[in-house]
Every structure is written in C-alpha cells, then in structure tokens.
Design a protein around this ligand. Sequence first.
Ligand SMILES: CC(=O)SCCNC(=O)CCNC(=O)[C@H](O)C(C)(C)COP(=O)(O)OP(=O)(O)OC[C@H]1O[C@@H](n2cnc3c(N)ncnc32)[C@H](O)[C@@H]1OP(=O)(O)O
Ligand SMILES: CC(=O)C(=O)O
Length: 554
Amino acid sequence: MTPDTSNQIWIYDTTLRDGAQREGLSLSLEDKLRIAHQLDQLGIPFIEGGWPGANPKDVQFFWKLKEQPLQQAEVVAFCSTRRPGTTAAQDSMLQAILAAGTRWVTIFGKSWDLHVTESLKASLEENLAMIGDTIEYLRSQGRRVIYDAEHWFDGYKHNPEYALQTLKSAIAAGAEWIVLCDTNGGTLPHEISQIVRDVVKAIAPEESSPSKIQNPKSKIQLGVHTHNDSDTAVANAIAAVMEGVRMVQGTMNGYGERCGNANLCSLIPNLQLKLGYSCIKDEQLKQLTQASRFISEIANLAPDEHAPFVGLSAFAHKGGIHVSAVERNPLTYEHLEPETVGNRRRIVVSDQSGLSNVLAKARSFGIDLDKQNPACRHILQRLKELENEGYQFEAAEGSFDLLMREALGQREKFFELKGFRLHCDIAPCDGESNCLPYALATIKVSVNGKDILEAAEGNGPVAALDAALRKALVNFYPIIGQFYLTDYKVRILNSNTGTSAKTRVLVESSNGHQRWTTVGVSTNILEASYQAVVEGLEYGLLLHSSAKVALANS
Ligand SMILES: CC(=O)SCCNC(=O)CCNC(=O)[C@H](O)C(C)(C)COP(=O)(O)OP(=O)(O)OC[C@H]1O[C@@H](n2cnc3c(N)ncnc32)[C@H](O)[C@@H]1OP(=O)(O)O
Ligand SMILES: CC(=O)C(=O)O
C-alpha cells in the first residue's frame, strides 16, 4: 500500500483492539471476525486486529482471518516495543507479532520521559534503543511498520527535545507512518494544531509545509490517534488532518478505553463531506449507519440513538416549527442529506408537534390527510391532551396511527373488549423455599357480534392476559399466531405518589417481518399493560389487512 494522493486520508480502525479496551465491551473471536469483515466492506484500509501474544483470542484471530481473508483491508497486528534489558529477537511478544503473519505491524513506544522512568523503569537512552531496535528487527523480518507514539502530546509538552528524539529513532529504524497519540485525551484542538506544525517542521525541516509532508515522495507520513477524555477526540483528529496528517486512527461508535477514541462514524463523514478529503467510496459511506448499528449489535451495546450522523435521532425532527420548515426544504434543519451516510429523516409526534408533524406522519402511514381537514386539528389536540396525561407517541407509532384512524372514522373494529379478570398467586412449588409466580386471566371479547370467553395461564399477569386474548381471537384471525411480544417497558410517571403513581407501558410486537410499538397509561399497571397489548394485536391486524389490500390492488 503506497499512500499517494494528497487529499487521501488513510482510515485506521482500532475497534478490535483499543475499542475492546472499553469497560463493559467483550468480543468473542467470532465477533471480532464478523466486525473485521464489516469494516472491510465499509472500505476501511487498515484494520488493527489485536495484540497477538497478549491473549489466545488475538493469536487465533490472525490465524482464522487467513481462512476467511478480507477483500481489501490490511489487517494490522499491534504490540509494544521490546522490553527493557533484552533484545528484540529475544522478546516473546515480538515473536508473537511475527507469527501473526501480517504485512503491517503497529508498534507503540514511549514519547514521554515520565513514562520511561516511571512506567518502564528504564533510562531515556534505553527507551530510544527499544524503539529503534524493535522497528529495525521487524523491518529485517519483512514487516512494514506504523509507529504509535504513545502520550505524544503530553510528552512533547513536558520535554519536546526528548519526545522528538523518540520519533527520530522510529524514523531512522524504518517506520513508514508516525502516529501522534493523545493517549490521555487531555489535549485541545488548538494545541494539537500547534504541536503537529512543530512536528512537521522538526522531522522534515527542508520541506516544512503540510503540502510537502503529504508529498508522495516524502517517505514519512504522519497519523493521529486521539482519545475522547475532553470530548474533543474528533475535533482533535480534524485539527491534525488540517495540519497535514494523513492517517487517522479511531474506532466505530467511538468505543475505547475510558471515554473512548475518536469516533470514525463522525470523523469519516466530517472529513469526506465537509472538508473534501477522500476516505472511503461514496457508496461505502452510505453503509455507515448500517455498519455502526451492526457493530453495536455484535458488541451487545445499545446504539447511541443521539449519535451524530448514524443515530436514530440524528435526522429526527420533533418541534413543529422544524417539521414545517423541513417539509418545505430539508436544508432548513439538516446539515446534510441523511442518505449520504445511510441514515433517514424521521418525523416524530409529541406535545411539541404542530400540524406539519401530523400531516407528515399521516403520509408515512399511508393516510390521505389534508391540512384543511378539521380532523387534522382534532388529532393534534388529542395528541397533546394524551401526552399531558402521560402517553408518549414518539416511541409508540402504532398507537398514534390508531389514534389518527379513530379521529378520521377509519379505525377498523377487529374485536370489541367486554372485560377481563386476573387472578395472581405466588405458590410454593416444591414445598421448600422456592416459589413460583402464577397468574390466570379470563377475558371476554366480541368478534362480529359473537361473544367469546377464554382463559389462559401465565407466569405473570401480562403474559396470562396476552395468552387469553390470543386464544380468544386466533380462530377468527389465524395471523395472530405469528405475532409475538419483543419488548415490554414500564415507566413510573409520577413516582412521588408512591404505589398509586401513573404507569406508562410500551409494548413492542412483531410478526417476524415488521415491528410496531403501542402504549398504555393508567394508575393500574395491569390496565396500562392491557391497553398496550390490545392495541399491539389490533395494530398487527391492521398491518396485515393493509398488506392484503395492497396485494389485491397490485
Ligand atoms: C496506550 C494503549 O492503549 S497501549 C495498549 C494497552 N493494552 C493492553 O494493555 C491490553 C493487553 N495487555 C495485556 O494483555 C498485558 O498487559 C500484557 C500481556 C501486554 C503484559 O502483561 P504483563 O507482562 O503481566 O505486564 P503488565 O500488564 O503488568 O504491564 C506492565 C509491563 O509492560 C511494560 N511496558 C509498558 N509499556 C511498554 C512499552 N511501550 N514497551 C515495552 N514494555 C512496556 C512495563 O515495563 C511492564 O513491564 P515489567 O512488568 O517487566 O516491569
Ligand atoms: C496507542 C494507543 O492506543 C494510545 O496511545 O492511546
């Protein structure tokens, strides 16, 4: 790989190594392989796979990857410099990195004199030798070397002469990339700019301008690796790029040690769409949102819904004034087109809504609604009244669709509820200390004028109620057999009133292809659950009958 274009930024992903240093994140071997392939598809040129020798999983990762090779990315193995008082050839870590069999390796070494004397307990001269020997040895074994200058910015602030000597040691030994790390994440963008300018001058005195350091003929290229402890990791990386740095290290979703690393999901679109640099192909950029969500799924971490560019809310419009303007021209409240990063515009409804929200939502539900229709104002008023009572329609679009149809006289009556009764018990199950919760629900519904009485058991009242309702309806609507609950969330709305507080229940249902959410609110948690479960079934039937109509008309 020869870096050769002046506006090309080489993205270096370290999700699998620094990202995995995040508290609460643990990736299996299989997870790591899936993420590597996802990053490869996204067009990331360098993927740091791990530290072989640090743990068996990272050793296996590089072996497994040989069986399932990447399409375009260079997979990079990571390691420290040799230990003090030994030789590179004798260091077992360096044998492990060679055994990983990658073309590229990244070596991190100490730039800050404090770290040399305190962490390594070595002399300043020995540290320079450790950096030089390690890189020379790996070069002699045919590896291409990226040098991560750990604590570069702090080291430079404390002892610039020594810090620069460490870089010169790495360059003299044959490193191709010098990556300046803000390891503690405490540096601010203006300091990054100044220090990168100083480095450019110091390591290429005869070509001390960013355009020269980018020059393909210049052997050394600079990179940056920033942490987010001051919440400026992305801004810091951008500041470095604007001073001539051409490799940016970061992680997907900003995962990483402590507060995380520079978030590639923000960096890539900022560099490419705002600053005109080239990172990945435009078609690949359109996969960014999907890749971010896939990786959070694999990492078993809830996606950050408010993440810039890729979050669910990144292009969600709630305020009525915003929605009205966005409907006329999206530029009014969007910094870029959501589709460029694979995201989409969403209009949410709430007590902050105006008519524009209602109209936009109606359109998305396939309801033909005109602003002049008096039902429009009625829907808006009803929405605000219900939200005032504790309902929340932002996350319960199924219930909002039903509310609109009700107001328009278009709500299909699939069934009518006549009532339900619940009996709950905690019964000893084995005569000893273990107890089993038990619930029995009886329910009466009417379908096409016919009354049905059914009963069902469950390990809790909501499960029993849900089962009884399905039993009563399934002969009339066999499709109900395919519906299931995927989530059930309870929120106490006015907790200061203790056990008589109002409860909001959100129920998410699925038919295997689609998901929808419905809401119920009551001072009685069972009543709130009942409302949400019933609307969930009703909305599932509505989706099914609309799909049948669409099919019949096609
Ligand atoms: C800035 C970064 O994020 S760097 C990456 C950090 N990531 C990790 O630490 C995750 C993987 N790490 C590990 O699995 C383990 O820490 C290992 C296998 C690397 C080392 O384990 P151990 O030998 O038990 O040492 P320990 O974890 O206590 O680390 C301290 C040792 O590392 C040495 N060390 C620290 N930095 C460096 C360096 N740049 N070059 C060489 N040695 C180093 C220290 O001198 C110390 O050696 P000593 O115990 O002989 O005095
Ligand atoms: C190398 C690295 O991960 C750091 O300095 O933060």
